[in-house]
Design a protein around this ligand. Structure first.
Ligand code: ZN
Length: 484
């Protein structure tokens, strides 16, 4: 008898190890057999999915249809024909809710102007005068004023949330304007907070915008977050994401989570008093480098608009105490397929933060927790400066290996370089010779550092990483190369 056939969905960050496939059909009796069949076909996936002992890594969750296999029979969960198996790695994660009721004082009356401004809320039975007053007496903190922070800031300001805190320390750069619609060309080089405050106050002078021009850290997070009713995570990195989650759990604040990557997004609401937290979903972060950042991976400009708007919607529902908030649910959005999918999230009884026996009782060092303090793993002796690499290239002494994607090659490349996208390197190592001096480069030197490490582990002894990537080359060697 033949085994059940299921369709397994491969998440974007792992597709590079699976010939760019987004899904494929596999046969097996249970999840373990399905995963083994997947790894047999795409061997490089093994180290991302499994520990050395052959156990599923805990920054990877596997769902059978919409159920987390940890709450079924784990890897021994049997499958049947037509099932969907979904791998959900952590990327840079419903209950009816009248929780805030009674907490928020309903003060004051609306002025004539406010009645006009908010009339479309006032005539909604679910909001009405009481709801609008509640919003005006509430506060929200947006961590990160970027792609997600832009729609969040605009919609929450327009909705009349009384106090809106913003945390960011960056300045507006040209590459932000493709999606961060809070800013205009005139905002370039200005502080994001200043530009955002000006725009938001112009939109609604009734909202008090509070700018926190700092990096959120373990030292200041509790103090800043404690001032707000709801916290909205618009960050793009794991240390801040875990920091926001942990501080919210410790303070008992709801955390409206959103994340984006290329064409895919995730949204949920973490509220440990009523459901799981981010650590219940992902107890630990992926190793540095597995999940590329927006800068490395790209993002379609509208995507943060969609995900940030969904977060704004959830934040308003939390503040209003209306509707079914995304507590205990993870909403996945695939923009290319234009498809939403919803997965159930459960509270992990063993959660080190929100479980009954927590081991995390205060904020920790999140850079260290996310493995970011160990200088990307590549020793400085394996780094090469752009000027030196240029000189050696002119002398014909090196092979320059470009591990970026073909679309990046089309934007710009260094004459004489050989293009092998990072995900193909393991399959195309035979095109390289251990006898040659090889200098590996990417956009800014992060992906290429991993490939340099990878090749050295394979026995290549004459491999170096081009420090700062093609970006440093454009700056130091050849200004005719566009910087992106
Ligand atoms: Zn938890």
């Amino acid at each position: 008898m033949s085994k059940p056939k299921v369709v397994i969905q491969i998440p974007t960050p792992l597709r590079q190890y699976a010939e760019s496939k987004d899904s494929l059909e596999l046969e097996g009796e249970d999840i373990q057999e399905i995963l083994n069949a997947l790894i047999e076909r795409y061997h490089p996936l093994q180290k991302y999915l499994m520990t050395e002992e052959g156990k599923l890594r805990n920054f990877v969750n596997v769902y059978l249809n919409d159920e987390d296999i940890r709450y079924l029979e784990g890897e021994r969960t049997s499958v049947k024909d037509g099932d969907a198996v979904i791998i959900v790695p952590s990327v840079a994660g419903g209950v009816s809710t009248p929780p805030m009721a009674g907490l928020l004082p309903m003060q004051g009356e609306l002025s004539q102007e406010e009645i006009k401004r908010y009339s479309r809320h006032l005539i909604l039975p679910e909001v009405g005068l009481e709801g609008q007053k509640r919003l005006m007496n509430s506060s929200a903190l947006i961590v990160g004023v970027g792609g997600l922070g832009a729609p969040l800031g605009m919609y929450l300001t327009a909705a009349g949330v009384g106090r809106l805190g913003l945390v960011d320390f960056d300045v507006v750069e040209e590459s932000n304007l493709q999606r961060q619609v809070l800013f205009s060309t005139e905002s370039l080089t200005r502080s994001k907070l200043e530009a955002a405050r000006e725009r938001l106050e112009a939109l609604n002078p009734g909202v008090q915008v509070e700018a926190h021009g700092t990096r959120l850290t373990s030292d200041n997070a509790m103090e800043i977050l404690s001032e707000y009713d709801v916290v909205i995570d618009g960050t793009d990195n794991f240390p801040t994401r875990y920091l926001v989650n942990d501080a919210c759990v410790l303070l008992g604040k709801p955390n409206v989570y959103g994340s984006i990557f290329r064409f895919e997004g995730q949204v949920s609401v973490f509220d440990a008093s009523r459901g799981p937290c981010y650590r219940c979903l992902y107890p630990e972060p992926p190793p540095p480098g597995l999940v590329p950042s927006c800068a490395e991976g790209g993002v379609l400009g509208v995507l943060p608009g969609v995900i940030g708007s969904l977060q704004a919607m959830e934040a308003l529902k939390v503040l209003l105490g209306k509707g079914d908030v995304l507590i205990g649910r993870l909403l996945l959005f695939d923009a290319l397929k234009m498809r939403f999918r919803e997965l159930k999230l459960r509270k992990d009884p063993e959660c080190s933060l929100c479980g009954p026996n927590p081991t995390i009782k205060e904020l920790i060092d999140y850079e260290e927790f996310c493995g970011l303090t160990e200088d990307e793993g590549l020793s400085t002796e394996f780094q090469m400066d752009a000027l030196k690499a240029a000189e050696m290239l002119r002398g014909g002494e090196i092979t320059l290996l470009d591990v970026r994607e073909p679309v990046e090659w089309q934007i710009c490349h260094i004459e004489g370089a050989k293009l092998v996208p990072m995900g193909e390197v393991p399959y195309r190592v035979n095109e390289l010779s251990t006898a040659d001096n090889i200098v590996v480069h990417c956009h800014t030197g992060i992906r290429s550092a991993r490939i340099t490490q990878f090749l050295r582990e394979l026995g290549f002894t004459k491999v170096w990483n081009l420090e700062g990537g093609i970006d440093a080359w454009a700056e130091k060697v050849d200004p005719s190369i566009p910087r992106y």
